[in-house]
Design a protein around this ligand. Structure first.
Ligand code: AMP
Length: 351
């Protein structure tokens, strides 16, 4: 999607991924290599004006060494934090951003503290390599903790107090190279089995919007961050509680392709290339629905008036995001109605 956004601007994206048939490889030249293959990465960097990435499980060491050849955005230090849930918690603490209480789990000796500090239920999350609900378990009682941790491979983890939230939202912002920020409106996100299923934007709440923007600004300043940054929050009766950060373009911002004046993908490219960023204003109320595990017939989707379809050209697999649809509506009720129509067509995507 970044390569597609760059094309009309005359920005050429050259990609590196582990498979030639990955989605990006279908629209831009691609090198096939492991993501920590320094030789391949350096060859790419020598031909490039800037290096970026759209997933966060990249090698921070490799990104750091590429900085000797070419600018790398966003900052590898921000990626390092996003890769480790404990570092992420410490970042939230250091910036005064409320987050769920937690206990670090390095061994069974830490279980007592989970019981005394957090109460039940808790969510245990592997510190590294967890996303889309992977690497985490909901644990209802002390007696179930050992088995749940074993299921995570007894990896270093954190146990998090369960947040009784009203809904989940994310803030996506873009920082240019002079640290000028623009923000998209908060987006409301619905998850199924820990994975984003649908989003509606804007989530209108001026107070929460302002609070989230202030926290993102602090984060951008801390890392001298350039590009798109995402923070996911729980909305609770006492305000926003941060869940996690994503130092990249984000699934909850896919709606910006059709629903905002400049999309997150275009703005990311503009920022990392030192160009002026574009307006983040919305074009109405926008609904986005992920296509997970199964690609419906094109004709069925396109029969829904106003629907924009994105097929990533990935082979379907249960639980795999293989595309998304966006609907730009006049108001929230119509956006919700479009999502309901899609839900009926798709059934439960996680079944
Ligand atoms: P994560 O990978 O941390 O984004 O978690 C995936 C989803 O699991 C979140 O979007 C929430 O729906 C749910 N979740 C994660 N942590 C918690 C928590 N501490 N309390 C309640 N729900 C949670």
């Amino acid at each position: 999607m970044m390569a597609l956004a760059g094309y009309p601007l005359g920005i050429e994206c050259h990609l590196l991924d582990t498979r030639a048939d990955s989605s990006g490889g279908q629209v831009a030249p691609i090198r096939v290599a492991e993501l920590d293959d320094l030789q391949a990465l350096e060859a790419l960097a020598r031909e490039a004006d800037v290096i970026t990435f759209d997933i966060e499980n990249v090698s921070v060491a490799a990104l750091e060494s590429l900085q000797a050849i070419v600018p790398v955005h966003p900052a590898p230090a921000a990626v390092a934090v996003a890769q480790d849930r404990l570092s992420e918690k410490r970042l939230f603490d250091s910036l005064g951003i409320p987050a769920a209480p937690y206990v670090t789990i390095d061994g069974a000796a830490d279980f007592d503290e989970v019981d005394t500090e957090l109460g039940w239920p808790v969510v245990i999350k592997a510190r590294r390599l967890g996303y889309d609900g992977r690497g985490q378990r909901l644990v209802d009682s002390a007696g179930e903790l050992a088995a749940a941790w074993a299921e995570l491979g007894e990896r270093p983890a954190i146990a998090e107090g369960f947040v009784d939230f009203d809904c989940e939202v994310s803030l996506i912002g873009v920082s240019d190279q002079s640290q000028n920020l623009r923000f998209y409106p908060l987006t409301e996100n619905r998850h199924a089995d820990g994975m984003l299923e649908s989003s509606i934007a804007p989530f209108v709440n001026a107070e929460l919007q302002q609070q989230a923007e202030a926290w993102m600004t602090a984060m951008v300043r801390k890392f001298h961050y350039v590009g798109i940054l995402t923070i996911e929050f729980f909305v609770t009766p006492s305000g926003l509680v941060a869940n996690e950060i994503a130092p990249r373009v984000h699934n909850s911002g896919h709606w910006t392709i059709e629903g905002a004046v400049s999309s997150q993908f275009e703005n990311h490219l503009r920022a990392i290339l030192g160009l002026p960023t574009g307006a983040t204003t919305t074009r109405g109320t926008i609904a986005m629905r992920n296509l997970i595990g199964r690609m419906p017939a094109r004709a069925e989707l396109l029969a829904i008036d106003g629907l924009h379809m994105h097929d990533y050209g990935k082979s379907p697999r249960p639980g795999r995001k293989i595309g998304h649809c966006t609907m730009v509506a006049a108001d929230r009720n119509s956006a919700q109605a479009s999502l309901d129509t899609l839900d009926r067509l798709l059934g439960s995507s996680t079944a």
